[in-house]
Ligand binder design. Structure first.
Ligand SMILES: C[S@@+](CC[C@H](N)C(=O)[O-])C[C@H]1O[C@@H](n2cnc3c(N)ncnc32)[C@H](O)[C@@H]1O
Ligand code: SF4
Length: 389
């Protein structure tokens, strides 16, 4: 369901309509910084209570401008699992006041394996969390140490099992293209993953376009990293094994057992409204796109002064909306209707040409009046999408 422009909530939550929405809340604290991470995070844990109070206040401010029912709630980070359950329950109390969850709402919390205990899992479930996304990255102690992770492979397996035993739906994040990640690491990671059989799996190729410690390491010691062909082969192998084990590859980086797709994330790709709270959080609704301030002092100052902590807000033009619809749609296995592709091709001739090449090379397929990318096509989809803008 896409809420049209006249029914859209404004940045910060103002609304004139009744449609349900998703809500993303960014909880930025981490115990330490991982070597590949470029997310908006902070290790100044003494600021955690003040920041939780600010985000709780921001939610109340948004809610007073017009609350909405939530189809999905996603607590991302940072490391939400680091936040004491008592702090989380204050946040949930304010959410319940202004953003009541639908009875079947998907409520996800991101967790690092070293934080997961049965007690914490039960406390999260009591708050209404029904899905936990665990950042495993790799089931290899050697690789995890290179990433500066705080857990080993055994802790990651134990965390997933503890969550499953508590009855929570589990998603596991794996990363590929990592330094010193040999074929045997891939085999071991996939074997352990399939033993655990979480309902949902995200597989990310290491992104190197933003500055982080591993990107600097790759400049100094490129031989530690798989080259692009080897990384591509890891992605295709992971995809084949997951599909053979009964998972659907429903989005570039995401795999699910039947009925276990990430409903919150699907809202982004289908352009259904998602409100946002917390440091650097991004929201969208109808044509409106906005983002919160991305430095903690500026964010805290704005919220504590009673202002919306907005960094920017803009409305997409017709042409931008058509391009975005195609780009996000092609991330999904369901693809995009021919009519939308044709409209976009008129706006962006370079995209039309590259898509023709993709179709000729078997990187995209046309059937039942839709265009879909194949897994090989997804691997090089940035080249296609670059033709859109
Ligand atoms: C918000 S982040 C981290 C959540 C949680 N704190 C954790 O560490 O598991 C979600 C996921 O993004 C992925 N990720 C982070 N940085 C990445 C990068 N540079 N390239 C590819 N994937 C990345 C990781 O798999 C990570 O688990
Ligand atoms: S990967 Fe997760 S735990 Fe590591 S720094 Fe980024 S958000 Fe924090």
């Amino acid at each position: 369901m896409i809420v049209g422009a006249s029914r859209s909530p404004e940045p910060g939550g103002r609304t004139t309509g009744r449609g349900v929405v998703g809500l993303y809340v960014h909880l930025p604290f981490c115990a330490s910084r991982c070597a590949y991470c470029t997310f908006a995070t902070s290790t100044e844990l003494d600021l955690l209570p003040r920041t939780m109070a600010a985000s709780t206040r921001e939610i109340a401010q948004m809610g007073r401008r017009g609350g909405r029912s939530l189809a999905t709630l996603y607590l991302g980070g940072g490391t939400p699992s680091l936040v004491p359950p008592g702090e989380l329950s204050k946040l949930f109390a304010e959410l319940d006041r202004y953003f009541p969850r639908l009875p079947d709402a998907e409520v996800t919390l991101e967790a690092n394996p070293d934080d997961v205990t049965v007690e914490k899992a039960l406390a999260w479930a009591k708050l209404g969390v029904n899905r936990v996304s665990v950042g495993v990255q790799a089931f290899s102690d050697r690789v995890l140490a290179m990433l500066n992770r705080r857990h080993d492979a055994a802790q990651a397996s134990n965390a997933v099992r503890a969550l499953q035993e508590t009855g929570l739906a589990v998603s596991v994040d794996l990363m590929l293209g990592l330094p010193r990640f040999a074929d045997e690491d891939l085999r071991a990671s996939l074997a352990e993953l399939l033993r655990l059989r979480p309902g949902h799996v995200s597989v990310y190729l290491l992104e190197m376009d933003k500055p982080h410690e591993l990107a600097r390491l790759a400049q100094r010691c490129p031989d530690l990293f798989p080259d692009s062909d080897a990384a591509a082969s890891q992605y295709l192998t992971a995809g084949r094994e997951l599909v053979a084990a009964g998972y659907t590859h429903y989005e570039i980086s995401n795999f699910a057992l039947p009925g276990r797709e990430a409903r919150h994330n699907v809202r982004y790709w289908r352009r259904q409204p998602v409100l946002a709270a917390g440091l650097a959080a991004h929201g969208h609704s109808g044509r409106r796109r906005w983002a919160n301030l991305d430095t903690l002092p500026a964010y805290l100052e704005a919220v504590e002064a009673g202002r919306a902590p907005l960094a920017w807000s803009r409305r997409l033009s017709d042409s931008e909306a058509a391009r975005e619809r195609v780009m996000l749609g092609l991330r999904l296995a369901s693809g995009v209707a021919d009519t939308e592709i044709a409209a976009c091709g008129g706006l962006a001739p370079a995209f039309a040409e590259r898509l023709a090449d993709f179709l000729a090379l078997g990187l995209a397929r046309r059937s039942r009046e839709r265009v879909r990318l194949t897994p090989r096509g997804w691997l090089v989809s940035n080249e296609l999408f670059a033709g859109l803008w």
